[in-house]
Every structure is written in structure tokens, then in C-alpha cells.
Design a protein around this ligand. Structure first.
Ligand SMILES: [Fe+2]
Length: 230
């Protein structure tokens, strides 16, 4: 879906003048993202853990019960397939990072954004149940577009930026709630970089964060998705 269609009926002009870098915004819609990622694809991905000696799931990260993050690739501590399943059942949120290559729809969506922004990345946030372990209040260093694919997510958006436009820094402990709301499949949320936010889950969910570096002076072109089907 190209950028203009994604943000319609808002125009690009309005987005750049009134929203980008200034405030968050929600576009409500109906299940329009269901083909981006399915529970079946999640199941397939997770079953590639510990098959033979090759690691096919290095991009997996897990938000642990204490709010810390376990990175399969970077952390020294290894976890068995059984332990990872236990964490999933316990309600830890799983993040499949760098997922824009997992299927053609994710790939194309990322590519569409890259016409507006610089290099992009898709992180899939998957949780099994309500009140899953999620990140505490935090701010991201890039603009974020959150696609709600399956299930509902409760969002909390705060007034403060980790670093305001005036260069003033705010601590997360001092962040004051601006608004909370529930987003459902098909909804799209834009969060400007550095704005404090957090989520809670109300049931099983898949949401996708597309985030981007700002377009630099170097042009960037993502490869085309080739059709290898016979
Ligand atoms: Fe975030």
C-alpha cells in the first residue's frame, strides 16, 4: 500500500505540515493489514528454532518478565526451544526483528515507505495473551508507523519527548499521560521520534513497527522482490 493510500483521507501535505515530528496520529480502518503476517507464519518461524546446527532465527528477541530484552543473536545466555516456548506461554512479547524480508507483502510495504523515508526495518511484536510482558515507557530514536494486524492493543501516549524540539530532555519517570486508546486490526498509528509511549495487550496480538532513518543525501534502493515461483 503506497504512502498516500495509507494515510488517506489525509494528504501528504497535511502529514508533513501538521503531523510529522509534531504529534501522533491514528488512522482507523478495517483489517486492511491482515495479509502482512499471520499466526501460521509465526508458527512456522518459531518452529525453525534449533533445527540442526544452523540458526535460522537469529533475529528473535524476547521481552522478559522484568522488562529487559533477551536477544538471541547477541546475548551470551542461550535458551532452549523448551525454555523459549515456556516464555511464550507465560506471556512474554516476542519481537521478530528485521522482518521485512519474511514475505512479499512486508517487503513491498517497507519499500513503499522507503520512497518517503530512508532505510526501513519491520519489527513484528507478537504476544499470546492479555497483559503480556511489554516494554515499559520508552521513546524511540526514529519515527514509527505501527500496523495493527491481529488482536487489540492498548496504547498509552505521553506528552513529553525524550528530547524536545527545544533540546530539553525529559526523564521517562516524569512523563505525563496524554491519552490512552485501543487499536484493532487495520488501524495505523504514527508516533514521532522521541515521543514517550507504551502498550499493554488485551489478548493475542500481532503488531508491526515500521521504523526508518530519515532520508539522507545518499539514495537508497531496496532490491526488487523477485518471483522465484516456477
Ligand atoms: Fe517503541
Amino acid at each position: 500500500m503506497n504512502f498516500e493510500k495509507l494515510i488517506s483521507p489525509m494528504t501528504r501535505k497535511t502529514f508533513y505540515q501538521k503531523i510529522k515530528g509534531k504529534r501522533y496520529h491514528v488512522w482507523k480502518s478495517n483489517s486492511r493489514f491482515k495479509d502482512l503476517f499471520s499466526w501460521k507464519e509465526f508458527d512456522n518461524y518459531m518452529n525453525q528454532i534449533e533445527i540442526g546446527q544452523w540458526d535460522r532465527t537469529p533475529q528473535l528477541q524476547i521481552i522478559m518478565p522484568d522488562g529487559s530484552k533477551w536477544c538471541k543473536k547477541k546475548d551470551k545466555e542461550k535458551k532452549s526451544r523448551k525454555e523459549i516456548l515456556r516464555l511464550w506461554n507465560e506471556g512474554c512479547t516476542f519481537i521478530l526483528t528485521l522482518s521485512e524480508f519474511l514475505n512479499e507483502n512486508l517487503w513491498n510495504q517497507c519499500k513503499e515507505f522507503e520512497k518517503e523515508y530512508g532505510v526501513g526495518q519491520a519489527n513484528l511484536y507478537c504476544s499470546k495473551k492479555a497483559d503480556a510482558h511489554c516494554f515499559p515507557i520508552h521513546a524511540d530514536s526514529t519515527d514509527n508507523f505501527l500496523f495493527h494486524v491481529r488482536g487489540d492493543v492498548e496504547w498509552y501516549l505521553y506528552n513529553e519527548y525524550a528530547e524536545g524540539k527545544d533540546g530539553k530532555r525529559h526523564r521517562r519517570e516524569d512523563a505525563t499521560l496524554n491519552q490512552s486508546f485501543t487499536l484493532s486490526p487495520g488501524d495505523l498509528l504514527y508516533i514521532p521520534k522521541k515521543l514517550y509511549h507504551k502498550v499493554t495487550t488485551t489478548g493475542p496480538r500481532i503488531s508491526i513497527s515500521f521504523h526508518f532513518t530519515e532520508r539522507g543525501t545518499e539514495p537508497y534502493f531496496r532490491n526488487d522482490w523477485y518471483d522465484w515461483k516456477p
